[in-house]
Design a protein around this ligand. Structure first.
Ligand code: FMN
Length: 169
């Protein structure tokens, strides 16, 4: 599968089969995140892999999204330098972590797996559940597993609405 096919066929999977993710596939997905680029190559992230059913249930509750408990794997993507701001004024951790997550979502597609970004969750509760220290922050969680859903049609703004040349307009 080339990257364009992965881009085209990735979608947010909110229903998962009751099958575990094989250890070698999981490792390749995580490794795709590990090799992602980051500002100054800071790699200011940690990926907390959760497979324990009780813990997944608790995270799903803290995210108010019951489907999450059915995903056989939940990855907490933790930013290690929440106060870090780039010269351009944009926070570094969300940027770096997002790239790592996107690498993982595309690698997952190549492995026949599905993912869903989870940005709606209670930060304090999830940090406590995952043992994240106060110096760090969960940027996002990622559900991972075999999809039990078909890809819906993509709903996106038209190219011309999103892209402009030379000047903002
Ligand atoms: C930063 C971010 C946070 C998101 N948070 C959630 C979430 O908490 N729950 C959820 O079901 N989907 C979440 N999504 C998935 C988006 O709703 C989804 O990507 C968008 O509707 C486009 O659909 P697609 O991923 O199927 O192409 C999130 C996506 C991003 C990028």
């Amino acid at each position: 599968m080339d990257v364009y096919e992965a881009l085209r066929t990735r979608f947010s999977v909110r229903a998962y089969k009751d099958s575990p993710v094989e250890a070698d596939k999981l490792r390749r997905v995580l490794d795709a995140g590990r090799i992602a680029p980051s500002g100054r190559n800071s790699q200011s992230w940690k990926f907390v892999v959760v497979q324990d059913a009780e813990l997944r249930g608790a995270l799903a509750k803290a995210a108010e999204q019951p489907f999450l408990a059915k995903a056989p794997v939940i990855i907490g993507i933790v930013g290690l330098t929440p106060e870090d701001v780039m010269f351009c004024g944009v926070p570094a951790d969300p940027m770096n972590c997002a790239i790592a997550i996107d690498h993982m979502t595309l690698a997952a597609v190549a492995e026949g797996l599905g993912t869903c970004w989870i940005g709606h969750f209670d930060q304090d509760t999830c940090c406590e559940l995952l043992g994240v220290p106060p110096t760090a922050k969960i940027v996002e969680m990622l559900a991972l597993g075999y999809p039990d859903a078909e890809m819906p049609e993509k709903s996106r703004k038209a190219f011309e609405k999103v892209v402009c040349f030379e000047q903002f307009g």
